[in-house]
Ligand binder design. Structure first.
Ligand SMILES: [Zn+2]
Length: 337
């Protein structure tokens, strides 16, 4: 543990350095991440629900659709970005990863997206999306009657199996199983809930990012092999609430399906990503210093914040999403004449 102050010093220096150069390196990246929400189910004004935007070439792909995501997208890129997201990856069907999907689907469409949104996720995703379409059927029919354009108002959903399920124009997406289904805390046996919970790996032009999804990562977990040598590994974490308050009891129930910083440190040490990043942080008010201090890892790592960006290229640079005044609605043909 004596090396910890050095690690902190190195990471603080790295953060300060990269913050300075982040925008000059804009053209140099192959993949850009924008952390729209870095929290979990517990409401937090600082950490919205889990959602990360991936930009690679012509693609804008959302990983999960947590509470508050739509407003963060608006903050990051205004109407242009809201109407330009065509692909969504859902890691699993918990509401904190899916509840904002109808909001992006309908808002993006209403304000001008004319291509149907494509959604990918584990078994059950299509069923959930069909329910969303049923739930908002009245809204859609209402707007069609008032001449809002029809194009782009469908959801095209695919339940995917583990493995590569998307491979076009140099962009490859792989789903892999992670351990987040409910278990018996004493015996650690699965309780038998159907379905699956995924992490995703995205590869583009020789750059790569892995998203852990929600998981309790243990030695031997698939995420270790699939993340070996990856550019960026985004991993969730949970630290126990202290005491025996009602909040602590509720929060700590989920320790059996999330990863402690010690468990994440094991993954980082085995996988050795160019940069390890914490996101989906429970409890959301946990400080950066505390998380870094609890993670016994000597590689480069950071704790994501809402609206933090990562440019991934020859260098990996940290920045902050900035909306350059793009809050004026310009999509003049959103309503049919
Ligand atoms: Zn979650």
């Amino acid at each position: 543990m004596f090396v910890k102050p050095i690690i902190l010093l190195v990471t603080s220096f790295f953060l300060a350095f990269t913050m300075q150069i982040s925008f000059s390196a804009d053209q140099e990246h192959e993949i850009k991440l924008t952390f729209l929400g870095t929290g979990a189910p517990r409401p937090s004004a600082k950490r919205y629900g889990p959602s990360i935007l991936v930009e690679a070439g012509e693609y804008k792909i959302l990983v999960d659709a947590g509470p508050g995501m739509r407003e963060r997208i608006f903050e990051a890129g205004g109407f242009e970005l809201l109407t330009d997201i065509h692909h969504v990856l859902i890691t699993h069907l918990h509401y904190d990863h899916t509840i904002e999907l109808p909001n992006l689907w309908l808002t993006g469409w209403l304000f001008g997206r004319k291509t149907n949104m494509k959604v990918y996720g584990p078994e059950g995703t299509t069923e959930l999306m069909n329910h969303f379409e049923d739930a908002y059927d009245w809204d859609l029919r209402y707007r069609y009657m008032t001449n809002v354009h029809k194009e782009g108002s469908d959801l095209i959903t695919t339940d995917v199996d583990p493995g590569v399920f998307f491979n076009e124009n140099g962009l490859k997406i792989t789903a892999f199983n992670v351990a987040h289904l409910p278990i018996n805390i004493e015996t650690e046996e699965l309780l038998g809930l159907e379905g699956a919970t995924y992490g995703y790996r995205i590869d583009y032009k020789g750059r790569s990012v892995v998203f852990s999804g929600d998981t309790r990562s243990l030695p031997g977990s698939e995420i270790i092999d699939i993340s070996k040598g990856v550019d960026v590994l985004v991993h969730e974490t949970q630290i126990p609430y202290p005491g025996a308050t009602k909040e602590a009891l509720l929060a700590n129930v989920s320790m059996s399906v999330h990863s402690t910083p010690a468990q994440v440190a094991h993954v980082f040490n085995q996988a050795r990503p160019r940069m390890g990043i914490y996101s989906h942080i429970i409890p959301p008010e946990t400080t950066r210093e505390k998380l870094l201090g609890m993670t016994d890892y000597d590689g480069i790592m950071e704790v994501a914040e809402d609206l933090m960006t990562l440019m991934i290229g020859e260098e990996i640079t940290i920045g902050e999403a900035k909306n350059e005044g793009n809050v004026i609605f310009l999509e003049a043909d959103a309503v049919d004449d």
